[in-house]
Design a protein around this ligand. Structure first.
Ligand code: PMP
Length: 428
């Protein structure tokens, strides 16, 4: 495929936007080459500026769980826009989406809407610190919780792709309050708690990691975290920005039957518009301004267009109980097909999957944490990525990302994708 127009647009963008993009992973730096400029998208497909049609396995990094330009969401946004796009005053629709979210997700009484996953996680940690009166937090190497300072310590996603898991600009003072544990390794968490008695406000985790490729929790890891938190008066924060409204109607809490103290959302909850949210039981949420002392605010928070998109999306997911089962079945089908092709062609690989999150690691052995995932960040992945793209399948341009399956994909799309993998592996 020729990408003449995308290349020209990228060159133009580079003159006025740092690195030519408004979010680093988009730049293809991890895999080489120039990024594809998208013109439009519908259902399971992207249409780029050079006229190619691509099957999309990124889906805006998660939000488009029902496919692009999903009619009820588009309609809700258009209708809302006609009545004004922002007021900075309370609107009824904010309560409507809050009521729906609270009814779908276990263990939450109240929810506050923000504009991104970053804001949700940043605010959740501030709330945890304010509520517990403690300063330190535990995060896991390779997990990504947005780009706020406290989280850019061994961060996954683009931060790892570009080799800057610890960003310059984060002060030593901030960094010292973020303690780093190893995913799926409970001993690493115990050791930190032991060494920092009465100092840890919260543990924040992606209940299924997606930012070092897909890594599910193993050996009851989440329950063990819950028990440690209970024993030491630490709040457990589930960052469900990827998993929320995706792994199940009630997200990872429902899937694993584990209670988190604070839950963060993004992506699906906004139906493709800029929305994040964090939620908890009354006792914790009432600690937030204006009811309580912990400050958090936003000019565009609860924006009517964003709320209309989110409400339309959650309504669809709430009404269509079969969707999560369908997503699981489609992803399992893809998993099986790709696994067979890779094994028939003797390609070293480990495929991790949980629900509709899946990733192919081109390395030997279980992928359970950042170090084992990093082995798959190699030339085979780069070749695989470009081979797929050349044949019309768009996967994340980094080994440290999960693929997101959308309900718009048909079994014919999945078969086409498996056939493409079969061609690409012959070139690796
Ligand atoms: N948490 C997780 C688990 C994420 O995957 C992301 C983004 N990929 C974020 C937080 C940050 O969300 P946003 O990019 O909307 O700020």
């Amino acid at each position: 495929m020729i990408y003449k127009r995308s290349s020209a647009l990228f060159a133009e963008a580079e003159c006025v936007i740092p690195g030519g993009v408004n979010s680093p992973v988009r730049a293809f730096k991890g895999v080489g080459g120039t990024p594809i400029f998208v013109k439009e998208a519908k259902g399971a497909y992207l249409y780029d500026e050079d006229g190619h049609k691509l099957i999309d396995y990124i889906n805006s990094w998660g939000p488009m769980i029902l496919g692009h330009a999903y009619e009820p969401v588009v309609k809700a946004v258009i209708e809302k826009a006609k009545k004004g796009t922002s007021f900075g005053m309370p609107t009824e629709i904010e309560t409507q989406i809050a009521e729906l979210a609270v009814s779908m997700v276990p263990n939450i009484d109240k929810i506050r809407f923000v504009n991104s996953g970053t804001e949700a996680c940043m605010s959740a940690v501030r709330l945890a610190r304010g509520f517990t009166g403690k300063d330190k937090i535990i995060k896991f190497a390779g997990c990504y919780h947005g780009h706020s300072d406290s989280f850019l310590i061994q961060a996954g996603s683009g931060a790892s792709t570009f080799g800057v898991p610890n960003s310059p600009g984060v002060t030593k003072g901030t960094a010292k309050d973020t303690l780093l544990a190893t995913y799926n390794n409970i001993e690493s968490v115990k050791a930190l708690i032991e060494d920092n008695q009465e100092e840890i406000a919260c543990i924040i985790i992606e209940p299924v990691a997606g930012n070092m490729g897909c890594i599910p929790p193993k050996d009851n890891f989440l329950q063990k975290l819950r028990d440690l938190c209970d024993a030491h008066n630490i709040l457990l924060i589930f960052d469900e920005v990827m998993t929320g409204f995706r792994l199940a109607r009630g997200g990872a809490q429902e899937l694993f039957n584990i209670k988190a103290d604070i839950v963060c959302f993004g992506k699906v909850i906004g139906g493709g518009l800029p929305v994040g949210a964090f939620a908890a039981r009354n006792e914790i949420m009432d600690y937030l301004a204006p009811s309580g002392p912990v400050y958090q605010a936003g000019t565009l928070s609860g924006n009517p267009l964003a709320m209309a998109a989110g409400l339309a999306m959650l309504t669809e997911l709430n009404n269509e109980v079969e969707i999560f089962k369908r997503l699981e079945e489609k992803t399992a089908y893809l998993h099986k097909g790709i696994a067979k092709v890779l094994s028939n062609n003797a390609v070293v690989n480990t495929i991790n999957r949980m629900g509709s999150m899946i990733s192919v690691h081109f390395a030997k052995g279980d992928v359970v944490d950042f170090d084992s995932s990093a082995k798959g960040n190699n030339d085979t992945f780069k070749k695989f990525f470009h081979g797929m793209l050349q044949r019309g399948v768009y996967i994340a341009p980094s080994a440290f990302e999960t693929w997101f399956i959308t309900d718009a994909l048909t079994y014919a799309d999945l078969d086409d994708t498996i056939a493409v993998v079969n061609e690409v592996v012959k070139t690796l």
